[in-house]
Design a binder for this molecule. Structure first.
Ligand code: ADP
Ligand code: GLC
Length: 544
């Protein structure tokens, strides 16, 4: 598809800072986005280097690596920074064995509890990001930093306080590299006790409402939202929702205060990876939009999960973290009734132990009709949407959501809560949208068990009574652009704007022209940096 955004003629360097990245380490959509966005930005002349913690899985992936520097005491711990090029991705890996050389999940210990030193673990990551951004390491200084979620939230704060310290010390003050704080999920804010300020290497004044303090604690995400030059989140609707008391998780005041610097840019997925004709997880390959070619996959999946081999069963799938955010507790409440009308349900997920227990009990109660895989399986995450009739996503909130994108592309009709990115990427099958051939799925609100049930029934009814129309939903969904194309262009417009390279274009305009040469870029950066962080004692005064 032709894109109207001109690539940067001299590459710009983006440092992306994140706690996970597919294919090295992933617990959810954050990893997918951090792993696929660099490929999507490359054609625009954006060179992305990603700074990751050196977990065992990441260290093991570095077949060839170069030592960038050693730091004997990075916030008190011996650290080595490695650079590597793996799977087409440029990495900087922060190897701090005392903090990252642990088995299992990046955030959780063996009992499923947060690692008690998570504050320090991710403070170290942001501290290194700020050092790189200031040219304090041999790695070339980036032009821009994108800090993902709370784990990278202190990056902008360190840059701010370092600059203040330099100013006070009468040292020459370099222009500050602009930072984008990206929110993938506002529910996780990285809150740590006030006494950790010194341990994190922050000055005492950082513990203030105009800094890193948030309701009596240090909040990494709040620090990022306060100090970053721009804030993005992963869908336009979520960008609105988080500015309301209902969706703002206590930070809506700050987000409203910064609404001029906040925007929603939808996620995409890799259409190379998500291709049912070549996806190794899809047992019977078919072309995108081939609704008939999916049939053997449905039969095969029913067999794999021990469900009744009935081609007429309405098979609904779920691939999800099993948490309250995802509304899986609501689903468990209504599952016995949902299985009416020859419906089968398959859940693939892991998470909340109580929800897992309930799903396991349902599987015993409804053999042949309900089955679950309690665990993480990348392969099932792809196979399910190639086989089920509908993919159910009953999230209470959803910043963007990626599973509906895979479902649309693979011909599984999404049945989803009308929230966040789900509302932005699915066109509800109301009579008008169906008549216009625009509908791609079913959206419901309010997000409760009864409405979920009624909406699955509505979908099932269309599937049973009007298969031609059902196919039309699948076809329209398959034609919807789930790729990164337009979304990467949107990021590029934002970068250009931040670097002062915007020749009159705005993030919502179609065409911008970008001047060539690094000189213009650095000038632009200097202009931008002059801005001071906002004062917002008033905006934060009222908690909710
Ligand atoms: P979130 O990041 O909130 O968990 P997303 O929909 O953005 O939700 O992304 C979740 C990603 O993780 C998707 O790629 C989905 O397929 C995958 N996923 C979630 N749970 C599992 C699981 N148990 N097995 C395999 N893939 C999973
Ligand atoms: C978060 C959100 C999800 C989003 C993902 C990637 O985990 O919960 O909605 O798709 O990040 O941005």
């Amino acid at each position: 598809m032709m894109n109207a955004v001109t690539p940067f003629s001299t590459p710009i360097r983006l440092l992306s800072v994140a706690a996970e990245m597919f294919p090295f380490v992933k617990t959810g959509g954050l990893g997918d986005v951090v792993g696929s966005l660099p490929h999507a930005l490359a054609p625009y002349g954006v060179e992305v280097t990603t700074l990751l913690p050196g977990y065992p899985a990441v260290m093991a992936a570095l077949s060839a690596r170069t030592q960038v520097m050693r730091q004997p005491a990075l916030l008190g711990h011996e650290a080595t920074l490695w650079s590597a090029h793996v799977a087409g991705l440029d990495l900087l890996v922060l190897d701090v064995p005392a903090l990252f050389n642990r088995a299992g999940n990046p955030y959780l210990g063996p009992e499923g509890q947060d690692w008690p030193d998570n504050g320090l673990r991710f403070a170290v990551l942001a501290r290194m990001a700020a050092d790189i951004a200031q040219g304090r390491t041999p790695h070339p200084r980036p032009d821009l930093v994108q800090a993902h979620d709370w784990q990278a939230g202190l990056t902008a704060a360190y840059l701010h306080y370092d600059q203040q310290a330099a100013e006070r010390g009468g040292q020459p003050v370099a222009a500050r590299v602009p930072v984008i704080q990206t929110i993938h999920n506002l529910a996780f804010q990285g809150r740590f006790p006030a006494r950790c300020v010194a341990e994190f290497g922050l000055p005492p004044e950082a513990f203030s409402v105009e800094g890193c303090e948030c309701y009596g604690a240090i909040s990494f995400l709040k620090a990022g939202l306060y100090h970053a030059d721009r804030i993005t989140t992963v869908s336009p609707s979520y960008a609105q929702e988080i500015q309301t008391p209902e969706g703002g998780m206590g930070l809506d005041g700050l987000l409203r205060h910064r609404s001029d610097q906040l925007e929603g840019i939808l996620n995409g997925i890799s259409t190379e990876t998500w291709n049912p004709a070549s996806d190794p997880a899809v047992h019977f390959p078919y072309m995108v939009g081939d609704t008939v070619g999916r049939a053997p996959n449905k039969r095969d999946l029913q067999a794999e999960f021990g469900l009744w081999a009935d081609p007429d069963a309405f098979v609904v799938g779920v691939v999800s973290r099993l948490t309250a955010q995802k509304g899986i507790d609501l689903l468990a409440d209504v599952t016995p009734r949902l299985l009416a009308g020859n419906t089968q349900l398959i859940v693939v997920g892991e998470g909340d132990r109580e929800i897992e227990r309930r799903l396991a009990a349902l599987q015993r109660q409804f053999p042949g009709r309900f089955a679950c895989h309690l665990g993480y399986s990348e392969s099932l995450g792809h196979r399910l949407p190639s086989a089920v009739d509908a993919l159910l996503i009953p999230s209470r909130f959803e910043p963007c959501g990626l599973t509906q994108l895979g479902a649309l592309r693979y011909g599984a009709v999404p049945v989803a809560a009308r929230v966040g990115g789900l509302a932005d990427t699915i066109v509800n099958a109301n009579p008008a949208a169906i008549a216009q051939g625009a509908a791609t799925g079913f959206l419901f609100t309010p997000v409760d068990g009864e409405t979920l049930l009624a909406t699955v029934a509505r979908a099932r009814q269309l599937y049973r009574r009007n298969r031609r129309m059902w196919r039309q939903l699948q076809l329209t969904g398959a034609a919807y652009d789930v790729s990164w194309n337009d979304k990467a262009a949107h990021y590029v417009r934002l970068f250009a704007e931040m670097l002062g390279m915007d020749a009159g274009g705005r993030a919502d305009s179609n065409v911008i022209s970008l001047p060539s040469g690094r000189h213009g870029l650095r000038e632009g950066r200097r202009r931008r940096i002059a801005r001071r962080p906002p004062r917002l004692s008033r905006a934060l005064a009222a908690p909710h």
